[in-house]
Design a protein. Structure first.
Length: 521
């Protein structure tokens, strides 16, 4: 069943009682009809701390990076959220490393993805998400040094964007119903709002008035409120019973039992015996295992029997239809006796049943063959994926010298599984985890954001050296005997347009061999 909830959204930024819309640090992206449908509706709120001169521009850039990376990533929703936050972290970390400011910037982000009845939340740094689900308020995260009213200098800071090359966000999974509400907030209102205040605000304030009510309490901040409306189903989708919604596993078990009963009856009709699958003892979650395949004897016996019936029917039809093939002559008959029907000649009803049954038998044999082949491939795929998962888990606890060989073995098993079934989210997610672990062991930092600053398309250009000194960039061209001088913008990912860009005059008397930066004096 394809359920899509209607949502109402309020995006505000408030300060000292004044409320304004269209905050630059927020994004609400509804899924496109085809490309983004499986990725859900995305809600993003970012925050920058450190008193930069271009705070709104950096927060807007982080939100855009999160959106673009999430929808472009492969795999599941949680894997896409982790990649999006890692990309934003690497961009801010690179910005801090190349910035001339004395204090590094600290970033925070909170992301919510609404897909059917599920909400996936990713949070990091000085941000928070408040929920009012089934009249119960809650904050995510419950504890964070960035949201404490008084920070303890001795306490370890919670993860945030831009501090370390790699980050691990807080991931939560929620289920929503109509009239539920969740609120994305930066650190300023998150520090001051208590859960009773959130419950009072979200439960009794309609969408469009939450920002005004928060502004009445004073202070400043940026919030996004999302109200869950009534669900709509796609055309042709049957309504789901209330019991099935409350207990989805029970509904799935009932459907599976009905399918198994029908399958067992069909297998018994062709001579195959099926046994109920053994119940697995509770423990660690694992990939779903398929029931064991029937033995060759169970398959060969019915096939030989069906082939015998098919051959006998064909022989009977050939006897009756081919010219020159006659029934055996009967013995001499005395005069005056009544002629008896030939018992060796089949009746018309028998021929009719044979003519109808032959295509059915042929179709059954063909379907059984294809089913058995596909069933074998599915078991082979599951076995490869389980072995790859176990090998990756061994790499997590293995000594450093054994990690890389185990990761290589995991990739080989995933490649074999991918040869059977391509474009599987489980394979893509495990490939990404393997690559991330390999980068950590090899101390590799991947630059997810590499902007193109300039192109030099003059003929005979030969660039030799680049020197970056704060916002100034000098590029040496030894072939054309010149030095290019550019100026970076505030975020250091774009060159300022002319006339700020300057090209030094050519030195005609002598050739430039190299260049070096030296401070004045």
């Amino acid at each position: 069943m394809d359920i899509k909830f209607a949502t109402k959204i309020e995006q505000v930024v408030f300060s000292n009682g004044h409320v304004a819309g269209s905050p630059p640090n927020q994004l609400a992206v509804r899924p496109a009809p085809a490309a983004r449908a499986a990725k859900g509706t995305l809600f993003v709120l970012t925050e920058i701390q450190g008193q930069p001169g271009n705070q709104e521009l950096i927060e807007k850039r982080l939100a855009a990076l999160i959106k673009d990376t999430y929808y472009a990533s492969h795999g599941g929703i949680t894997a896409g959220l982790r990649r999006a936050l890692q990309t934003a972290n690497q961009w801010l970390y690179q910005h801090n490393a190349t910035s001339s400011g004395a204090k590094s910037l600290v970033g925070g982000a909170v992301i919510a993805v609404l897909e059917s009845e599920d909400v996936f939340v990713a949070q990091i740094g000085p941000t928070a998400l408040f929920t009012q689900l089934n009249a119960h308020p809650r904050r995510y995260p419950e504890h964070s040094t960035w949201l404490a009213s008084i920070r303890d200098p001795q306490a370890d800071y919670s993860p945030a964007l831009g501090i370390h090359p790699f980050v691990e966000a807080n991931i939560s999974h929620l289920q929503v119903e109509p009239d539920d509400t969740f609120l994305l907030s930066d650190s300023r209102p998150a520090k001051n709002m208590t859960l009773p205040q959130i419950e009072e605000t979200l439960a009794h304030t309609p969408i469009g008035g939450v920002g005004k009510k928060l502004a009445q309490n004073g202070g400043q901040g940026s919030v996004m409120v999302v109200k869950i409306g009534r669900a709509t189903r796609s055309a042709g989708a049957p309504a789901q019973p209330a019991a099935a919604r409350a207990h989805p596993h029970m509904a799935a078990a009932g459907a599976s039992a009905g399918a198994n009963e029908y399958f067992n009856h069909a297998m018994s009709a062709i001579g195959l015996e099926t046994k109920p699958a053994a119940r697995r003892a509770p423990g660690r979650p694992r990939l779903p295992a398929l029931p064991p395949l029937p033995s060759p004897e169970q398959i060969i016996g019915p096939v030989i029997g069906a082939a015998g019936i098919l051959g006998k029917g064909l022989r009977t039809i050939l006897k009756l239809s081919l010219p020159g093939v006659e029934a055996e002559a009967s013995g001499p008959r005395q005069a005056g006796t009544q002629a008896q029907p030939d018992a060796s000649r089949p009746s018309f009803a028998a021929l009719k049943y044979v003519a109808i049954g032959l295509p059915v038998v042929i179709l059954a044999i063909t379907m059984l063959t294809y089913w058995y082949k596909g069933y074998s491939r599915e078991n082979e795929y599951t076995a490869y994926l389980e072995q790859a998962t176990q090998t990756y888990q061994q790499a997590l606890i293995a000594p450093p010298d054994q990690v890389i060989p185990l990761l290589n073995q995991t990739d080989q098993l995933l490649t074999q599984a991918e040869a059977i079934k391509t474009e599987q989210p489980d394979i893509a997610a495990l490939h990404a985890d393997t690559q991330t672990m390999r980068d950590q062991v090899g101390r590799v930092i991947r630059l997810a954001y590499l902007p193109l600053l300039n192109e030099y398309d003059t003929p005979d250009t030969s660039l030799k050296r680049v020197i970056v000194e704060r916002a100034r960039v000098y590029v040496l061209d030894t072939s054309l005997n010149r030095v290019y001088h550019h100026t970076l913008d505030d975020i250091s990912d774009t060159l300022l347009p002319p006339p700020t860009d300057e090209i030094s005059p050519e030195i005609a008397d002598s050739a430039i061999i190299d260049m070096v930066w030296m401070a004045a004096g």
